[in-house]
Design a protein around this ligand. Structure first.
Ligand SMILES: [Mg+2]
Length: 439
């Protein structure tokens, strides 16, 4: 029997703060990082599973330690047992009573559990020689329902209701797979809009984004109201009336501040306002949504679990939601969130960027299109064009669209040299880094 023989962890960091890549109102100097995990096996062909938690620097060592804490729950298990019962595996990890005390189902430990669950999906999909989106698409509705822990969400979505949604999609699956492979999935880009960029750089990158085929761009906002108004106007000037402009406040405002701040931006015709306030504040989001209507409100990249998403939907607090592949309890919990969104008829704009988040979340959006909603042209996956070169199967973007991955797995495996060179603090990149980027 092939077994998991090791759970290896790596503290991988990139000195992105040097160029303000990724800078926003709450995070002025992120060093994009991955707490990277590898599930090794004794399979003769070297089969392994890869996963990661995205962080922005300090604390990546804590996240890595949380991954290590899962070692006793994983090492020694049979690969077939995990791969054929991913729902049970996910429930075992999230349900470990002593570790659960640290959440429950939120924060550092839950993110680590999510990364190990995602690594198990990567392993299972590699073993089946399919990309994860296709691995999910080839499951029956019953098998997909088995992946999901419905505890705490049956007041909004029962297994029977989930099954009904999935069964409705079933006859269209093959046509949708062909459509996805031919057309790809729409992307939007945040690359022009980092807060640390000059007006000139923002406009130049916005024009370039449109030339590259993107139909939506996103700007970071929330530091100074007059700067936001000027930058949004300059962006509108640069891209014209037909391109959607979204803004992202990264949790900057109190509820009333958000409402006041957004009033002068009304004329820009924003596609959505992302993370206006604290991600846990369900009623606050609902108040902001009412206060700035009809401007759409979105949140979710810091949403800790399916319970929070359930409440956001129940309270009609958001117009859109963002899922994140590396914050909740892996593929399983994201399937629950996607089905909740479908049940409430709310569109999903997956959060990406960071390190490897584009690579991971594209699979979930594509699985949603094929197996759940059948919709993709009224939504888009975030795209940020950096750090993809460190991945073995980086995303492919063409004419503003993600092309469906064809390689087996979850696209989460990094090049060994990238991991080695960026290990913190002893990798060659950090040994040579200027002091300003470290610490
Ligand atoms: Mg965001």
């Amino acid at each position: 029997m092939v077994k998991i023989t090791a759970l290896e962890t790596f503290d991988v960091r990139f000195p992105t703060s040097l160029a303000h890549d990724g800078s926003d109102a709450m995070n002025p100097d992120p060093d994009y990082s991955a707490a990277y995990v590898v599930l090794k096996t004794d399979a003769p062909d070297g089969l392994a599973g890869y996963g990661l938690v995205f962080t922005i620097g300090r604390g990546n060592d804590i996240q890595t330690a949380a991954l290590s804490a899962l070692r006793p729950l994983v090492v020694g298990r049979g690969v077939a047992d995990i791969a054929d019962n991913l729902g049970a595996f996910a429930r075992d990890l999230t349900g470990d009573s002593q570790l659960r005390w640290l959440g429950p189902e939120k924060g550092v430990m839950h993110m680590a559990i999510g990364a190990v669950i995602n690594a198990a999906w990567d392993l299972a999909a590699r073993r089946a020689n399919k990309p994860v989106w296709r691995f999910i698409a080839d499951m029956t509705p019953e098998q997909i329902v088995e992946q999901i822990d419905f505890r705490y969400i049956t007041d909004a979505l029962t297994p029977e209701q989930a099954l009904a949604i999935l069964r409705e999609a079933e006859p269209h699956k093959q046509a949708r797979i062909a459509q996805l492979e031919a057309e790809g999935y729409p992307a939007y880009t945040t690359s022009p809009g980092w807060l640390g960029y000059s007006d000139e750089k923002m406009q130049r990158l916005a024009i370039q984004a449109v030339a590259d085929g993107f139909r939506t761009i996103k700007l970071k906002v929330g530091l100074r109201m007059e700067d936001d108004l000027r930058r949004c106007r300059l962006a509108r000037e640069a891209v014209g009336p037909d391109i959607a402009i979204a803004v992202d406040a990264n949790q900057r405002w109190d509820v009333q501040t958000a409402i006041e701040w957004l009033k002068p931006l009304k004329d820009i015709g924003l596609a959505w306002v992302e993370e206006p306030t604290n991600p846990d504040d369900v009623l606050g989001h609902a108040a902001i949504r009412r206060g700035v209507s009809p401007t759409p409100i979105s949140t979710g990249e810091h949403g800790q679990n399916r319970v929070l998403f359930k409440q956001l939907l129940q309270a009609q607090a958001v117009d859109l939601i963002q899922i994140d592949a590396a914050r909740v309890g892996g593929v399983n919990e994201n399937l629950a969130i996607l089905l909740l969104a479908a049940r409430f008829g709310v569109r999903v704009f997956p959060h990406a960027g960071g390190v490897g988040l584009c690579e991971l979340v594209q699979h979930l959006a594509m699985a949603d299109f094929v197996t759940i909603t059948g919709k993709k042209e009224d939504r888009a996956i975030e795209f940020v064009d950096h750090l993809h070169e460190h991945f073995e199967d980086p995303v492919t973007i063409a004419k503003g669209r993600y092309l469906a991955p064809t390689a087996a797995g979850f696209s989460a495996r990094m090049h060994e040299a990238s991991v080695r060179d960026h290990l913190f603090p002893d990798g060659i990149v950090w040994k040579d880094a200027p002091k300003t980027a470290v610490g």
